[in-house]
Design a protein. Sequence first.
Length: 195
Amino acid sequence: MSNLPSQHPTLSLHLTDLTLTPLITSSSSPTHLESLTSLTSSAISSQTTAQRANLGRPQRIMVEYPDSGAVVLQSYLDPRESGGGCGPSSESESVSKCKDDHDHDHDHDGDQDGDGDALADADADADADADADTSRAADDAMAPVLIGVVVAASSDDAREARRAAARLERIGREFQKEWAAQGLELDTDGRSTPE
C-alpha cells in the first residue's frame, strides 16, 4: 500500500478521510502536502455542490487543463454506495423499516378509551430509542468516506493517472472493509457500546 506513490513517481497521490487526515500521500514537503490537502478540500466542496444541485453523489470528477496542462482526478469512496454493505447500516435500516411497518400495522387495536393508544405510543417511543441506539452503533462501525486525489503534471500522463486512481480506490476500499470489520468485531465482543 505505502509503495503506491513510488510506483507512480511522476504523479501526486493523496487519500484522505473527510477530516483531511492523509492515509496515503506522495507528498514530500509541507507545501506539497498543503497543495494536496487544498485539492482534497475542493473535491469535498465539489461533491457537496453536486448533491445540492440534486445531481446525486459523484463517484469521480476529472479536471483537465488546456494546452496539455495538468490533469486532476478526484475519487469519492462512500461505503454506503459500495454495494457490498461495508457497514451494518444497511441491515439496521432494513430492520428499522420492517419494525416501523410492523408497528404501524398493529397500532389500530380498536381500543375506545384511548389507554391502548398511550401504551402503543410509549412502546413506539421505546422502539424508536432502541432503533436510534442501533443506528448510532452502526454509524460508529461504518467505515469513513474517503477521498482520493491523483494529479498528473500534463495530459500526457492522463492514462497513468487513471490507473493510479483505480489502484488508490482499491486500496481505499480495502481500508474501509478493514475498518468496518474491526467495528463489527468490537460491537459483537461487547467492548464498544452506543453512547
